[in-house]
Design a protein. Structure first.
Length: 120
């Protein structure tokens, strides 16, 4: 097996970043409660593990995109075009990691709060 080139890593970084856009959307939708008083507090207690799972998956995808972009930028021979593109993808992927983390923590905290005190 040969070593992957920087362009291959950049391709993976781009594909994973595109997938991270979908995972960020899913992280936002998973924690959205349209009408929280429709369900008892036990419903929200049962949702917490699922929300944590969604948060983990939504964090892993952009983190992998960031790692692939770093590998692309560090690959030899160095090219300015590839390094610049990898850096842009890295910044965007890290922004997606931050957003998924914020959305995930908020949805888990909200579910825990609703499980302790049923919304009325």
């Amino acid at each position: 097996m040969g070593k992957w080139s920087g362009d291959t890593w950049l391709g993976w970084a781009l594909v994973l970043f595109c997938l991270s856009l979908a995972s960020t959307f899913i992280a936002g939708v998973a924690g959205f409660n349209f009408d929280p008083d429709d369900y008892p507090s036990s419903y929200y207690a049962a949702r917490v593990p699922g929300l944590v799972g969604v948060m983990v998956v939504s964090l892993v995808i952009p983190a992998l995109a960031a790692a692939a972009s770093v590998l692309s930028a560090r690959a030899e021979p160095r090219e300015a075009r590839r390094t610049t593109t990898a850096t842009v993808i890295l910044v965007l992927a890290l922004s997606s990691v931050w957003l998924c983390l914020v959305l995930g923590i908020d949805s888990v905290q909200q579910a825990i709060e609703f499980s302790e005190h049923a919304p009325m």
